[in-house]
Design a protein around this ligand. Structure first.
Ligand SMILES: NC(=O)C1=CN([C@@H]2O[C@H](COP(=O)(O)OP(=O)(O)OC[C@H]3O[C@@H](n4cnc5c(N)ncnc54)[C@H](O)[C@@H]3O)[C@@H](O)[C@H]2O)C=CC1
Ligand SMILES: O=C([O-])CC(=O)C(=O)O
Length: 266
């Protein structure tokens, strides 16, 4: 049985608990949210998993695994100290690693704690193929992310275009994966994941579009190198609870937990 503490109780966290609440091999002992979210998360968790506690931090408890489904700030706040104290961690807000030095800090914290941090694939596929292809040498990785205008609300895209008036697909960002993840912390984690698996945050070209012609979050990747090449298009259904986030992100967290908790891993 795997004892899990989870950071975040939003669209992803709730989706994950809903899917795993009857799995006898995965037990959620604790959900961590900020002070301001305690009341709301408390009510949600009581309904879903009545034996799970809600708190603002680990406060001395030592889960088998700490999983982050919260946002960029949670990495510095919760994941780094947990790794240093030897608790294995998983991270879904991979875009946080776009901050200079954070990837090294994360790795060093895990080394000091003699443990591991796993970056999850989230809403994108083929991370296994891309990071294997990197071993032989990659020439180019180009990522295009396309989401309906509503998914770009409350982001810097609002300063680039009038999202409510869009009639055709419009580029709202073009640049490196590092800059995309920094400017769009809730919409460009995929860009960061692809770049960390591939050519790095400063050498992966990213285009982000607001497109009134789509209802899904569409991720397109073209990669080439010594291995050959691949082209991938994912059409992720957004979660009702958060249109910025694709449902596959929830499934990717559940897969990762299943792989840790069960005897057969795939
Ligand atoms: N890797 C990927 O493909 C994807 C990654 N994400 C990442 O996952 C994050 C969460 O996504 P959703 O669940 O849709 O967001 P959400 O906004 O629905 O939920 C966020 C939850 O985390 C909590 N939270 C925020 N900051 C926190 C902190 N510092 N410490 C503890 N709890 C904190 C909030 O109170 C809330 O319960 C996003 O911010 C994004 O960074 C999202 C989609 C795809
Ligand atoms: O969920 C998605 O489709 C992707 C996403 O938000 C991100 O890359 O941060």
């Amino acid at each position: 049985m795997l004892h899990v503490s989870m950071i975040g109780c939003g669209a992803i966290g709730v989706g994950v608990m809903e899917l795993l609440k009857t799995d006898p091999e995965v037990v959620f002992d604790l959900v961590i949210v900020p002070q301001s979210g305690l009341e709301h998360a408390g009510a949600t968790v009581r309904e879903l998993c009545p034996h799970t506690r809600v708190d603002v931090g680990l406060n001395g408890s030592r889960p088998d695994l700490l999983i982050e489904c919260a946002g960029h700030l949670a990495i510095e706040e919760h994941i780094i100290p947990a790794l240093e104290s030897g608790i294995p961690c998983m991270v879904v807000s991979v875009g946080a690693l776009s901050e200079y030095g954070l990837a090294d800090k994360l790795e060093q914290a895990a080394q000091r704690g003699k443990t591991q941090v796993q970056l999850l694939s989230g809403a994108i596929g083929a991370i296994d193929a891309l990071s294997a292809a990197r071993i032989g040498g990659l020439d180019s990785v180009v990522y295009t992310g396309r989401k309906p205008p509503g998914a770009w609300k409350d982001t810097p895209a609002e300063k680039v275009v009038d999202l409510d008036a869009l009639t055709q697909a419009t580029v709202i960002f073009e640049g490196t994966a590092r800059e995309a993840a920094r400017l769009y912390p809730k919409n460009a984690n995929v860009a960061a994941t692809l770049s960390l698996a591939g050519l790095g945050l400063d050498h992966t070209q990213v285009r982000l579009l607001a497109d009134p012609g789509v209802t899904e979050n569409v991720h397109h990747v073209e990669a080439s190198g010594a291995f050959g090449g691949f082209e991938l298009t994912m059409r992720g259904k957004p979660l009702a609870a958060n249109p910025k986030t694709s449902a596959l992100t929830v499934f990717s967290v559940v897969r990762a937990l299943n792989n840790r908790a069960h005897a057969l891993s795939i």
